[in-house]
Design a protein. Structure first.
Length: 113
């Protein structure tokens, strides 16, 4: 399994960004896909994930601002991030669980105040 993430960048507070991730290899619609983030000096934490039945889970701090979506036919997952805050600044990682964890290369999101 390989994950290729794109998107990210620098944005002012209140702005929007969209992250996308394409999965290749033995991925099925039953596998969980999602996004984690890691801020400097902190642990990697879940941002959002989506299941095979389009059930989405969000960490509390992004609820109402971020939306995760998935194209099951193309094995892609996206994260639309609105109303960004400086505390959203982190490296964002695409993630798939298929018998074990798979991670994308990480993409930097920086939100300036």
């Amino acid at each position: 399994v390989q994950l290729q993430a794109s998107g990210g960048g620098l944005v002012q507070a209140g702005g929007s960004l969209r992250l996308s991730c394409a999965a290749s290899g033995s991925i099925s619609s039953s596998n969980l896909m999602g996004w984690y983030r890691q801020a400097p000096g902190k642990e990697r934490v879940l941002v959002a994930r989506i299941s095979s039945i389009r059930s989405a889970t969000y960490t509390d701090s992004v609820k109402g601002r971020f939306t995760i979506s998935r194209d099951y036919a193309k094995n892609t997952v996206s994260l639309q991030m609105n109303s960004l805050r400086p505390e959203d600044t982190a490296v964002y990682y695409c993630h798939v669980y298929r018998f074990k964890d798979y991670w994308g290369q990480g993409t930097q999101v920086t939100v300036s105040s």
